[in-house]
Design a protein around this ligand. Structure first.
Ligand code: PEP
Length: 255
């Protein structure tokens, strides 16, 4: 069970899925279930669905997020969306450095760091993703990867700047594969990340930063994951598209 210093957060990552009508329908179901949630709830939706979902979520405690953004505020950056544009469209959060963006679109720790600055400046809550590949885990590089990605993303900020940051530990081998980290593996990695935060930015930031677990979270495994003392929530991909599964995840019972 997470510390009382940290309010649990369940965030759905819809990735590149759903029509506008389907987005509105799912958002309506999430909003209707919010009163029974065990913590804060967010949905991070495709850019095109943001206005529609923002309208559905108006007046609901469910937060809306984007899945990425660019670091410049405006200008000749064809195809990009700025943090300020996300905010203007009704978002309060943004996922940064998801492993799919790192792997498929060449995103580096430096890119994530620049995006983080833009997101914080816009007053959004960033969800910064870190995680090792299967090969890195099998060759004992997990801690080095987590240390490098976390330090790289958070570089150059003062601890007070980083207060809104949410970290997400997302082992790449567990994303969309149906293979979940064991609760012990998740706890070990979260504890390691919290120790990194303490080393770099001090005890107060480390104790107050929410660290989500992501990687094949389902209605069946959420309770044992949420029972770990350093697991403060979940970033949920596939299961966030299934209404009943996501509502059950939102209502987790830390076993
Ligand atoms: C994700 O993409 O952030 C994720 C955790 O996906 P899934 O839950 O489908 O593994």
């Amino acid at each position: 069970m997470t510390s009382p210093l940290r309010r649990p957060l369940i965030a759905g990552n819809w990735k590149m899925n759903l029509t506008l009508a389907q987005s509105a329908e799912l958002a309506r179901a999430v909003a209707a279930g919010a009163a029974a949630a065990s913590g804060e709830v967010a949905v991070c939706v495709p850019f095109t669905a943001i206005p529609v979902v923002a309208e559905v979520l108006r007046g609901s405690p469910v937060r809306l997020g984007g899945q990425d953004c660019y670091w410049e505020a405006q200008g000749a950056y064809t195809g990009e969306i700025s943090a300020g544009m996300l905010k203007d469209a009704g978002c309060r959060m943004a996922i940064l450095g998801h492993s799919e963006r790192r792997k498929l679109f060449g995103e580096t720790d430096e890119h994530v760091n620049r995006k983080l600055a833009a997101v914080l400046k816009a007053g959004l809550t960033p969800i910064v993703c870190v995680g090792e590949t299967l090969d890195e885990r099998e060759t004992q590089k997990t801690w080095r990867v987590l240390e490098t990605q976390a330090a790289g993303a958070l570089k150059g900020f003062a601890p007070a700047d980083l207060a809104p940051v949410v970290l997400a530990y997302e082992p790449v081998w567990a994303i969309g594969t149906g293979k979940t980290a064991t609760p012990a593996q998740a706890q070990e990695a979260h504890l390691f990340l919290r120790a990194q935060l303490k080393k770099l930015y001090g005890e107060a930031l480390a104790a107050g930063t929410r660290i989500l677990y992501g990687g094949s979270v389902t209605a069946d495994n959420v309770d044992v994951l949420m029972a770990q003392p350093d697991v403060d929530g979940a970033l949920v991909g596939g299961a966030s598209l299934k209404k009943d599964a996501f509502l059950r995840i939102m209502g987790f019972q830390a076993a």
